[in-house]
Design a protein around this ligand. Sequence first.
Ligand code: SAM
Length: 211
Amino acid sequence: MSSKEASANLRKPKGENGLKVAEFMSKVNANFYIQLQKNVEWKPGMKILEIGFGNANHIDEILSNSYNAEFMGVDYSKNMVDLVKENNPDCTFFHQDIKGLDLAGEQFDLIYTINTIYFLDDLKGAFLNLKQHLKKGGELHIGKRPKEDMEKVKHIISTGFVPYSNEEVIKAVIDTGLCISSVVSSKDSEMEQKGEKTQLHVDFIIAVHGN
Ligand SMILES: C[S@@+](CC[C@H](N)C(=O)[O-])C[C@H]1O[C@@H](n2cnc3c(N)ncnc32)[C@H](O)[C@@H]1O
């Protein structure tokens, strides 16, 4: 697969290559889902929304934290939505773009999105769409690689990625009226890339709907 094809499938998985890239992502990005579980204050019966779930391989581990939780997901890749519906009959999935998100008044305790904001040109607009689906006191967790790490993987993400800094994301969140509650950073295990050791980082920007 060319780097252009890989980039396009990271952005929006499609067809056979999309399935392969989604499988690759779920492994390479596993630490995001581990860190998310540490960052959330879990309670029973939570209503949870993931935006940009890829192949949704992490749903079971997420749901294991909240007895009787309800999970919904949104992705604009039709292939991913069809795939995950088949594998997760107890969850609800929407084929939608975050840019025009409309979930008919659904309100969530937790909304999270991991490795999706690089594909958005209007962060504030997207976060406003998420805010309208957050309960009062609900939390938004935005997972991303730090800007410096995007340089380290630029052979994979050749086109169509905006390497936002945490400051840019925080500003867009604050502009929506949500309150930043914390920014949590952690490290992935070292990996080998073209014979050299490299280490990526996982950042979460966590906001709360306080008003
Ligand atoms: C790079 S993958 C990340 C998948 C998974 N969250 C992870 O970290 O491994 C991005 C996912 O978000 C979806 N996505 C990207 N932009 C989106 C948008 N504007 N609206 C809805 N889904 C989007 C893509 O289809 C893809 O499934």
